[in-house]
Write a protein that binds this ligand. Sequence first.
Ligand SMILES: [Zn+2]
Length: 292
Amino acid sequence: MSDDPRVGGSPTDESAAGGTGGPAQPPPSVYAPWAGGPVTERAHCVLAPNPGPMTLDGTNTWVLREPGSTAAVVIDPGPADEAHLARILDVVATAGARVALTVLTHAHLDHSEGAPRFAELTGAPVRAVGQGHDDLGDGDVLTTGGLELRVVSTPGHTADSVSFALPGDHSLLTGDTVLGRGTTVVAHPDGELAAYLDSLERIRRLTGDGDVVTILPGHGPAVPDAAAMVEFYRRHRWERLQEVRSALADGASAEADPVEGVLRRVYADVAPTVWPAARMSIRAQLDYLGAR
Ligand SMILES: [Zn+2]
């Protein structure tokens, strides 16, 4: 779920950006336009047919498999779309494998809605954070057909958001915590900005240690320079907080609805289709600033 289409733009815009002094700029993408497909040795993306202002190119369903293994792990089957679920199964079957495990990065429907049907089709268990699932815990190691995935708790976008480290490929599957393009929404009140900033810091440490080089996100292209993208996300968040502080000082705090006051001042050039997401992020920021 993306909240800010101002950031990003065409590859030309991105590569022309940079330097110091201006607003935070994302690193250039090598996957534009993004259509999914094989990305790392172990990860293949099947792009769901649900593009939109909140989903960018669509939801990324990730098929993971240790080379030579007949057991695959699927991350986020995506929307309940029979054709999409069939395409995932095609990719798995073409690799000579079957789905042994499905995991969810979080419960937003564009990632999870197809999971019950996918479980019927595959007979494979579905694991996630939250009620009704076989809960995942931080630090859990999931080993499937020789493929190792480590659960990294990254709440903030939602309370149940988790990422999955894929050490074999020095990759991190981030769901909606870090996207391949633009920035994400902190879905207040379920999502919380303080938790989100802590999660970004956690991912920053993983990139700093060299454990994570590539981000395989829930929307948008794979990110070959994870450290640069996380740094952009951190800077963007602090810049946006500063803008919200300024908007409050500029009179938004005295308005009947400060959220609308901030929306008008800070998010004026954001498309109306993403105002609902922008309002959630503004509430998350007001909550964060009010608590300090
Ligand atoms: Zn989401």
